[in-house]
Design a protein around this ligand. Structure first.
Ligand code: MG
Length: 364
């Protein structure tokens, strides 16, 4: 098998209880307490992250905050502070870059690194991972866990094994056996519903999964079934894709004739918003900030921004945001030659791609 002839070295780094850990670091009164970061219990919000003390009560991410309160009435609820999390995220990404350029951030607190050609520590990926975890602790006072293996699938699973503050390595020799003994619910991407369906089909471990043909799996699970087939057979060649940090996504338009009618201008802005929003979605990004750019007929240019506490997960907020931004300009009084809409404070969508998590950022 390829992986054994010329294995890659992939590290998956995952911060431990990230949002909650940052809060406990910054606010000593939260330490050693069940802390929930996310929606407040009187809202329809959900738990974004909770401290390990809260997990002891059975609380977990994506659980409605009201349920969390029921499980642990003395839990402390706080709203997320994304700026603080983003700062830490930048710090840890800078650390990753000391080892390799091949870094693929999955979310603010999680990334894959390809260290196949990294020279440090005699090419030992495990020692590189150890060193990264130590550096993260030094720089941020936060703990992380690491999984080391020869593909992303195994690295991801490995990072969970000795979590928190631990690491685990799955070598190419161990890979197949590791997958065979792995309970089906531990496979990344197999949630409770699929797990139950698999159990009903008599599939409890990787070995059971491997016994099914591609066609059988496809029959039961559609396209995902094919993915399960490859995973069961230890085939995962997905590369670590370095994600070039996109600072903003947007569009602007210069008009052939200066616009003066505020209704026409508003219509144009809406149109630009929709286009820019589509671009944002295509890039699988979420944004916190919307910026309106206006160039008046004398070439004077202004920008007006609005940063929300919640991601723009749909266009529902469009009207409200645009009205507020337009109010802060001289649209209606002055002629306009250029308009632009851009989104910034971006994050990969994967952090909130779970449909149940849409309420995550509904905070009050
Ligand atoms: Mg994490």
């Amino acid at each position: 098998m390829d992986a054994q002839i010329n294995p890659r070295k992939i590290i998956h780094i995952d911060m431990d209880a990230f949002f909650a850990a940052v809060e406990q670091r910054d606010f000593p009164q939260y330490r050693n307490k069940p802390l929930i970061v996310g929606g407040l219990p009187n809202s329809r919000g959900v738990v974004a992250t909770c401290s390990y003390e809260a997990r002891a009560f059975g609380i977990h991410s994506v659980m409605p905050s009201s349920t969390a309160l029921r499980l642990c009435p003395h839990a402390i609820f706080v709203k997320p502070r994304f700026d603080a999390y983003r700062d830490v995220s930048e710090q840890i990404r800078a650390i990753f870059k000391e080892y390799t350029e091949l870094v693929e951030p999955v979310s603010l607190d999680e990334a894959y690194l390809d260290v196949t050609t990294t020279d440090h520590f005699n090419h030992s990926a495990t020692r590189i991972a150890q060193d990264i975890i130590q550096k993260i602790k030094q720089k941020t006072q936060l703990t992380a866990s690491a999984g080391i293996s020869y593909n992303k699938f195994l690295a991801k699973i490995a990072s969970d094994i000795n979590k928190p503050n631990g690491l685990f390595t799955i070598t190419p020799k161990q890979g197949s056996q590791f997958i065979e003994q792995l309970p089906i619910g531990k496979f990344h991407g197999i949630g409770q519903a699929t797990e139950q369906k698999m159990h009903a089909l008599g599939i409890y471990t990787g070995k059971d999964l491997k016994a099914l043909s591609k066609e059988q799996l496809q029959h039961h699970f559609g396209k995902t079934g094919v993915h399960y087939f490859h995973i069961a057979h230890n085939e995962d060649n997905r590369p670590v894709r370095p994600y070039r940090t996109i600072k903003s996504v947007g569009i602007e338009k210069t008009f052939t004739h200066d616009l003066s009618d505020p209704r026409v201008i508003e219509q144009s802005i809406k149109c630009l918003f929709s286009t820019a929003f589509a671009k944002l979605q295509k890039k699988e990004l979420n944004a916190l900030t919307v910026t309106l750019k206006v160039k008046y007929e004398n070439f004077e240019q202004i920008t007006r921004s609005r940063t929300g506490h919640e991601h723009l997960t749909d266009q529902g907020l469009e009207q409200e945001i645009l009205t507020a931004l337009i109010k802060k300009t001289a649209i209606g009084q002055r002629k306009v030659r250029l308009l632009g809409i851009s989104f910034s404070s971006l994050e990969p969508k994967s952090t909130i791609c779970h449909p149940q998590q849409l309420d995550l950022f509904q905070l009050s």
